[in-house]
Design a protein around this ligand. Structure first.
Ligand code: NAD
Length: 319
């Protein structure tokens, strides 16, 4: 049977950033004749991280960047290796493949990466700006703050899908939209829900424990999102939240998890950022637009962040 909607691949979205990224790299020829340098630190033997590193490397090279994978055999040496890269003027961007220790030490290591080279946008200052809906690092609004890659990728996908309404004022372009985000990790789900709510959406943030509502309040009266606890997780409540949801975004890290297709409103948009397929085939009978994965857009945002960092360092006369 013919399906009512369409499947949109991440590559269609990431392709729209190729020109912007390659021309910026070209404009840096004087400072970086061989292209800006991204350094990735790998201190685990996770095959998924290895794959992601490979993929990042290929994308980098195809767009005129240099990529260097630095393997650190002894986890306890990673901090020093990061500090060395922080100090090295030839290094433009740094990323670490987590988990390393798999505990709170990983959050510490994340903050060791210099703010000026943090391509993933995981520095505390960037996070705080994002949660508080602050777009610049300085009062003169010369230096743009960096957004975490994966949440930013989902936002860019939603712009591509025209869920963002460009007729509305910047910053309110999701006004009237309802979104469900199944994942509330500090790396993706919570920042994503905050970004969407800051842009005017009503967001139901779902995790294994409970469901929360993120909004800027009635008439978008608040400058940044507020959070309300709706209660412990239940399928009934999830179903209720989905009944009039325009967008459903999933990020459950489990092979067996499948989002219940019967909860999806006819014509809703479905986006999955988990490396597992959180929607089964039947999603295509309900969704207007279905995006099965987002990784390629995440890498584009990584490179875009890197160029923004280089620009910021130029403006601060650090280059
Ligand atoms: P995580 O384990 O830190 O968080 C998982 C979240 O899902 C938690 O909030 C948890 O409560 C929630 N959850 C789990 N089972 C649930 C259920 N049955 N119902 C409702 N909520 C449930 O993981 P993470 O770091 O956020 O990563 C999640 C997934 O996203 C992984 O598959 C990861 O590989 C992927 N990921 C993708 C990208 C990308 O660029 N595409 C980037 C980062 C992570």
């Amino acid at each position: 049977s013919t399906k009512p909607g369409r499947t949109i691949l991440a590559s269609s979205v990431s392709n729209t950033y190729v020109d912007e990224i390659t021309s910026k790299v070209e404009s840096l020829r004087k400072e970086r004749p061989n292209g800006p340098l991204l350094v990735g630190f790998l201190a685990n033997d996770d095959p998924a991280a290895e794959m992601y590193a490979n993929w990042t490397s290929k994308t980098c090279e195809s767009m005129g960047f240099r990529y260097e994978l630095r393997r650190v055999e002894e986890k306890d040496f990673l901090e020093e290796a990061i500090i060395e890269a922080n100090r090295d003027n030839a290094v433009d961007g740094i990323m670490v493949y987590f988990p390393v220790f798999g505990n709170a030490q990983d959050q510490y290591l994340q903050q060791v990466v210099s703010r000026e080279k943090d391509v993933e946008g995981l520095n505390h200052v960037y996070y705080q700006n994002m949660y508080h809906n602050i777009r610049y690092l300085d009062d003169k609004q010369q230096l743009k703050s960096i957004l975490p890659c994966t949440p930013l990728a989902v936002v860019k996908i939603m712009e591509y899908l025209k869920i963002y309404n460009s007729l509305l004022p910047q910053g309110n372009r999701l006004y009237g939209k309802k979104c469900v985000v199944v994942n509330r990790s500090e790396i993706v789900g919570r920042p994503l829900s905050a970004l969407l709510a800051n842009d005017g959406a009503i967001v139901y943030s779902v995790d294994i424990n409970n469901i929360q509502k993120f909004t800027r309040g009635e008439g978008l009266k608040f400058q940044k999102h507020q959070v309300e606890d709706l209660g412990p997780f239940s399928n009934e409540m999830l179903k209720e939240c989905c009944a009039d949801a325009d967008v459903i975004i999933t990020g459950v890290p489990s092979e067996s998890y499948k989002f219940p297709t019967e909860y999806i409103k006819e014509g809703a948009v479905c986006i999955n950022f988990s490396s597992n397929k959180n929607f089964d085939e039947s999603v295509k009978s309900k969704a207007s637009l279905y995006v099965p994965s987002t990784g390629k857009v995440t890498i584009s945002m990584l490179l875009r962040n890197m160029l923004r960092l280089v620009e910021n360092r130029q403006k601060m006369n650090l280059l």
